[in-house]
Design a protein around this ligand. Structure first.
Ligand code: 13P
Ligand code: ZN
Length: 269
């Protein structure tokens, strides 16, 4: 079957990176049923021929107006689609959308009329904010990592930077590779504009934010890097839980050892 990815290696690479990550999310047990979603700003890979493609859906409202996204293109996971299916067939379980000139609506242009994720307001608001603030970020990943979500069922871990400091202290790499830590957003209805607004506010200080009792939302230059940040945080959560299962509270690295890490790796916090 013909695909917009045919003879476009740069665009195909971006989409197949999403497929690779979707497979990891499923293997990790973080993507039950249709759980999680991924969007990537692919505008830089869009040529004149794609720009001329007709819409294959009716015009859909985003729900928010996002002035910096005029004419942008995104690959989006489809709503209700499974990550494990997307891993094998990314263009049947996701689609490419074009943001229209009113900056408040979009159309699907390829390959099939697969409706984008229900978390589109959060994803697109975040992409709009990247452009507005000049950030080089292009990808956002939402997933349901078991151990990190479990931690949000405990009030102590919802206090500012309590979970961040605990997770950083479990193994040095977590601070090195998730240097801005884990922001916390109190429980908010999935897919809502309120969740989108809260996510942007928290991303000012963090690259990964936790939607309480739901999942994480991570941003970075590409989908691999966003996944890595979640992966190192969840590794720390697993070390914490393994220690508790062995019957002790883990000591964690000392504040002095963490300061030493920040200095050696030139970290922001
Ligand atoms: P979608 O299938 O609409 O992407 O929803 C999955 C999800 O995790 C919602 O938070
Ligand atoms: Zn979710």
């Amino acid at each position: 079957m013909k695909s917009v990815l045919d003879n476009r290696p740069a665009l195909a690479t971006e989409v197949y990176k999403v497929a690779e990550i979707a497979g990891y999310l499923w293997e990790k047990g973080w993507a039950e049923r249709n759980g999680g979603n991924i969007t990537v700003n692919i505008t830089e890979h869009i040529d004149d021929e794609i720009k001329a493609l007709p819409a294959i859906s009716e015009i859909k409202s985003i729900g928010v107006t996002l002035p910096h996204l005029k004419g942008c293109y995104f690959y989006c996971k489809g709503t209700n689609k499974r990550m494990r299916d997307l891993a094998r067939w990314p263009m049947q379980n996701g689609s490419i959308i074009r943001i229209l000139d009113d900056c408040a609506s979009y159309v699907i242009i390829a390959d099939e009329p697969v409706m984008p994720t229900s978390e589109l307001p959060s994803h697109l608001s975040v992409h709009n904010w990247f452009i507005e603030t000049g950030k080089p970020y292009k990808a956002s990943v939402h997933t349901h990592p078991i151990e990190l979500v479990a931690m949000t069922h405990c009030k102590r871990f919802l206090e500012k930077d309590v979970a961040t400091n605990l997770l950083w202290s479990m193994i040095p790499e977590t601070k090195a590779f998730c240097p801005r830590g884990l922001g916390i957003i109190p429980y908010t209805l999935p897919g809502s504009n309120e969740l989108a607004e809260a996510t942007i506010r928290e991303l000012d200080d963090y690259d990964v934010v936790m939607w309480e009792k739901h999942g994480v939302f991570a941003v970075d230059t590409d989908v691999m890097a966003a996944f890595d940040q979640i992966d190192v945080l969840n590794k720390s959560a697993l070390i914490y839980i393994a220690s508790k299962n062995m019957g002790f509270e883990p000591d964690g690295m000392s504040q002095e050892q963490m300061r030493e890490m920040s200095k050696a790796f030139n970290l922001p916090k």
